[in-house]
Design a protein around this ligand. Structure first.
Ligand SMILES: Cc1cc2nc3c(=O)[nH]c(=O)nc-3n(C[C@H](O)[C@H](O)[C@H](O)COP(=O)(O)OP(=O)(O)OC[C@H]3O[C@@H](n4cnc5c(N)ncnc54)[C@H](O)[C@@H]3O)c2cc1C
Length: 437
């Protein structure tokens, strides 16, 4: 490898979306970068796995995101363009439902949808319309519940929010800090959810032609030095602010080390070098999610895909389900591919421990759903960090405690959404640009 003279050497620990993207930005800033990934494949949760059809037809499933929220001018849009990844979109989308009150209702996926939501009373609707006139909040510790109750009223926060948040972050809105979705605070700073949303311009959910995993696979092909099956075991400070990383039977030294690992793994590595930061990371709860993928004969009317969110008070631990559109290249022609989520911060009824119970519960909300042709479970232990109210303060303390040249990135710092990670990592990498030095 030809190294530019005086280029900083950086080791990135973790080859998920965060680590690969951080490494890619640093390579572009002339760092000599090495990525260490513990498992035999890169991508972490952002992986598209082969799942052949019942007759061996090509087919895939997503471990993590099934789509990406894209808006013009965002870091994600820039990334996709620079990697030259082609995106597909589902237009128009199929039905969206909310399971509440023991029945399926049209789901409010937009402000106009909220206005038609049968669960909201007349007063709640009037309160929704006041949203553009609500001033920006000042409490940095605010929970997701407090934010939405303040902006959209208690009716919305009680009736609709828990299902929306459980479907995205798998936890109750009162237990989640607003820091988990940084976009909300940006929208508020721009005039509110409606005005800020209009100013930010339209966003849509899209995905790369070969699945979301194409992003991490493409990033991996751009890496100058990537080691898989190489877990980092210890981290030692050296003189001059340098660091040594040790793995199993290997070690390397660097000017900078980037921790792009789940909080539990990062805490383990930091416990000698930065015990307070390690303690703060260890204290972040992680949520286990149980995901079931199934393929069924196609249902008339669901060809454009469906989305079902279940109010957590109703679903016995089933948070929701979503299907691919009939023309999605990840699915198998003629079959409906469904993904159902359970657990997170919610207790799962023991009757839903195995597929027959999950299917019975799905049928409660989706009586049209035929018997499956294929079923596969993909347990996601520690899938999401639970960023509790007060998280921003803890992150600030943690960053202050990190020794020089040790960097910490990931879902716990920027929020778990890939677009938020892309935004946060792009901004972080600016620290290393010649203009910032
Ligand atoms: C089921 C599910 C659905 C999701 N849906 C969405 C969605 O719709 N939209 C969205 O934007 N986001 C979604 N996400 C969240 C998103 O996928 C994650 O937040 C994101 O992929 C996290 O990337 P990461 O690189 O920070 O962490 P990870 O993906 O956890 O990657 C960390 C990597 O570090 C490696 N590692 C661990 N220990 C070590 C060690 N000691 N040394 C070296 N390597 C190590 C791991 O093997 C792993 O590859 C979803 C996640 C899940 C699980």
């Amino acid at each position: 490898m030809n190294e530019p003279p005086n280029s900083p050497r950086t080791i990135v620990l973790g080859g998920g979306f965060t680590g690969l993207l951080a490494a890619w930005h640093l390579q572009g800033l002339d760092h000599v970068v090495e990525v260490w990934e513990a498992s035999s494949t890169v991508g972490g949760w952002a992986q598209t796995l082969p799942w052949p059809g019942p007759r061996g037809e090509p087919g895939w499933l997503e471990r993590g995101p099934q789509g990406l929220r894209m808006s013009r001018g965002s870091a994600m849009a820039r990334l996709v363009e620079e990697l030259n990844v082609t995106l597909l979109a589902a237009h128009p989308r199929g039905p969206r439902w909310l399971g509440k009150g023991g029945r399926r209702q049209p789901s409010p996926a937009s402000l106009s949808g909220w206005l038609r939501a049968p669960t909201l009373g007349f007063r709640d609707l009037l309160r929704l319309l006041a949203e553009p006139f609500i001033p920006a909040g000042t409490d940095p510790d605010e929970s997701m519940y407090a934010f939405f109750a303040r902006r959209l009223g208690d009716g919305f926060a009680r009736e609709l929010l828990p299902a929306l948040v459980a479907g995205i972050l798998a936890a109750p809105p009162e237990r989640i800090s607003l820091a988990a979705v940084p976009r909300l605070r940006h929208l508020e700073a721009e005039g509110g959810l409606l005005i800020g949303g209009l100013r930010a311009g339209p966003s849509s959910t899209r995905w790369p032609e070969d699945g979301v995993g194409e992003l991490t696979r493409t990033l991996a092909t751009r890496m100058e030095c990537l080691h898989t099956s190489r877990p980092a075991r210890t981290l030692e400070p050296l003189s001059g602010g340098r660091w040594r990383v040790r793995g199993e039977g290997c070690s390397a030294e660097a000017d900078h080390v980037v921790l792009a690992l789940p909080s539990t793994a990062a805490a383990e590595l930091l416990k000698a070098a930065a015990p307070m930061a390690a303690g703060l990371l260890k204290a972040i709860p992680r949520l286990d999610l149980r995901v079931w993928h199934s393929r069924h004969p196609m249902v008339k009317g669901w060809e454009r895909g469906f989305g079902l969110l279940i109010h957590p008070s109703e679903g016995r631990g089933l948070l929701g389900a979503v299907s691919l559109t009939a023309d999605d290249p990840r699915g198998v022609p003629g079959l409906l591919q469904v993904r159902a989520y359970l657990g997170g911060a919610y207790q799962v009824d023991p009757a839903l421990a195995a597929w027959p119970g999950v299917f019975r519960e799905l049928r409660r909300w989706l009586p049209e759903l035929p018997e499956p042709i294929q079923v596969r479970e993909d347990p996601c232990p520690g899938a999401f960090p639970l960023l509790e109210p007060g998280h921003e303060g803890r992150v600030a303390t943690l960053l202050e405690d990190l020794p020089p040249n040790l960097h910490w990135l990931g879902a716990e710092r920027f929020g778990p959404g890939l677009p938020d990670l892309a935004e946060g990592i792009e901004a972080w990498a600016q620290e290393f640009s010649p203009a910032a030095r």
